[in-house]
Design a protein around this ligand. Structure first.
Ligand code: GAP
Length: 518
């Protein structure tokens, strides 16, 4: 299936099966804002739990925080967001559509990448098992030509960003004949900077209302609480503070469903270290976070690091964890070595001393910070994209059928267990209800008695329920039921009293967390 079609299907699947709805849909929606529906909220909570437990429970030296969305306006002045949290935007004069200049250029680069990938895929097909991809990439003339063009464009782009040269960004767009996807023309305005922070007023006008911002990242809530947490928690360096919470950005180009939203959620951890140790910890967190992603079993080949060519002025290293979405490799998480920039800025703007007394060195200093910052919504999209499957299956009578199944890792699935009475009589519904009454304290169960068993299986395949239990007439006689496994569709007969252990073990997060500690 073409990746574009797959993505469209994913979006409509999320709506049809109660995962994600457009915000304010009855009023035709609000652009780039989404609501998580009955199953979406469960999956999202499970993703957050996986992150929280892996960061806070597994690390004695990481503690949690839940800071407010509103913060003192000086925070954003100190952090640099008021002056510099902006994207370069450009308008097409014919369609009146607004774009991020950097995204237009990145899309142009992706076209060169796509050409290279096409050559490689063609050659792979032609040469079969004997294909040496590395050698092909090094020697094929068409690949080399496209790679050279890509490198040239990339170099110009990175230099323009580093120099903050908006004229050069426009010139690149013109030189590479980038056209507006809507009007098809190359009639562009100049490139301008656009601040991404939302603001509102706090307090009544009579009292003198002041401008406050909706936080564009959760990290600053951690920085301004560094001293409080360090002192009250008696934390010793190195230590981390983890937080999950909403962030807001007035994105110019909001697209690709929940990939780029104006209201989204972040899971961030700031790790405070001794100056000079930051590279060691940067390497450590890179490895830990990549392992966290890959432990989900979506295929190591679908992840890569993208080291930043253009570093923010306060960073001395930065990388993105990219995942291969249906629309290509894109950032899911950022890992940044932010030096002592943020704490120093808050020290200067607040007039408070923000330092750590290091008993081993017998000196005080402003700690350095390595942060890991991942978007919950992008993680959600990663999980849904890699789990969505369309399969052809064979029915009992040998005829062909198809199913759509979300092969979610069991510990992330919203509903863990669906219980069906084979028929709505003969005491079977009572036994099914009894199973749910027993197991609902351990995991999310659902009762379903409508339609044929086959249709009930399909419904639960589509929402990703890993286990379906059917109560039949044999259950009345011997207290056994069948469990049907979502992915293999195999069934086994087990005792009702064993269900808790059998399913509990399979939906537990314990093994995956243990794997992260090795
Ligand atoms: N404190 C560092 C920071 O905020 P970032 O790279 O701007 O770094 C971190 O954002 C992560 O937040 C990204 O990797 C992405 O997963 C998520 N994110 C950022 N902007 C987003 C948006 N508009 N919609 C959804 N997720 C977003």
């Amino acid at each position: 299936m073409a990746q574009e079609d797959l993505f469209k299907k994913l979006v409509s699947h999320c709506k049809e099966y109660g995962y994600v709805f457009q915000s304010s849909e009855i009023y035709d929606g609000l652009s780039a804002v989404y609501d998580y529906a009955q199953y979406g909220v469960e999956l999202k909570n499970n993703i957050k739990k996986y992150w929280w437990d892996s960061m806070v429970l597994l690390h004695e030296n990481i503690v949690g925080l839940d800071s407010a969305i509103f913060m003192h306006p000086s925070v954003w002045k100190a952090s640099g967001h008021v002056d510099a949290f902006s994207d370069p935007l450009v308008d097409n004069k014919d369609s009146k559509k607004r774009y991020r200049a950097d995204v237009l250029i990145e899309d142009r680069m992706a076209k060169f990448e796509a050409k290279i990938d096409k050559e490689v895929t063609k050659a792979k097909k032609r040469f079969g098992d004997s294909f040496d991809e590395a050698q092909f990439r090094e020697t094929n003339q068409r690949v080399l030509d496209n790679q050279a063009k890509l490198d040239e464009l990339n170099n110009r782009f990175v230099k323009a960003l580093n120099d903050n040269d908006l004229n050069e960004l426009k010139q690149i767009i013109l030189d590479y004949e980038v056209a507006c996807p809507v009007s098809g023309t190359r009639n562009w305005t100049d490139v301008r900077q656009f601040n991404l922070m939302f603001s509102t007023e706090m307090g009544s006008t009579a009292e003198g209302a002041s401008k406050v911002y909706l936080r564009p990242e959760t990290a600053q809530g951690i920085f301004v609480n560094y001293l409080n947490v360090q002192k009250t928690g008696r934390m010793k360096l190195p230590f981390g503070i983890a937080q999950i919470g909403k962030a807001f950005r007035n994105e110019i180009v909001a697209r690709q469903f929940i990939f780029r939203m104006r209201e989204f959620e972040q899971m961030e951890m700031q790790f405070f270290v001794r100056p000079g140790d930051e590279m060691k910890w940067f390497v450590h967190w890179k490895a830990f976070r990549m392992n966290w992603h890959q432990s989900l079993g979506f295929g190591a080949e679908n992840y890569r690091f993208h080291d930043h060519d253009k570093l923010a002025h306060y960073a001395n290293a930065a990388t993105d964890v990219e995942y291969k979405f249906p629309f290509g490799f894109k950032e899911v998480e950022g890992i940044h070595s932010r030096t002592d920039f943020d704490l120093k800025q808050h020290q200067e703007h607040s007039g408070r001393k923000i330092q750590y007394f290091d008993p081993e060195l017998n000196e005080s200093y402003v700690p350095y910070v390595v942060e890991t910052s991942i978007g919950v919504d992008r993680m959600f999209l990663q999980v849904i994209s890699s789990s969505y499957c369309e399969e052809e299956i064979e029915k009992n009578d040998g005829s062909k059928d198809s199913r759509v199944v979300l092969k979610l890792p069991a510990f992330l699935a919203p509903v863990k267990l669906a219980v069906f009475p084979l028929v709505k009589k003969d005491g079977l519904p009572d036994i099914a209800r009894g199973i749910i009454d027993e197991l609902k304290f351990d995991f999310y169960c659902q009762y379903d008695e409508k339609d044929s068993i086959g249709k009930r299986y399909r419904r639960h395949d589509a929402i990703g329920t890993p286990f379906c239990v059917t109560v039949d007439h044999q259950s009345v006689e011997d207290g056994t039921v069948t469990i049907r496994h979502r992915d293999s569709m195999e069934q086994e007969r087990v005792k009702i009293e064993d269900l808790k252990n059998i399913i509990g073990e399979k939906v537990s997060m314990k093994d995956i967390l243990k794997g992260l500690t090795k």
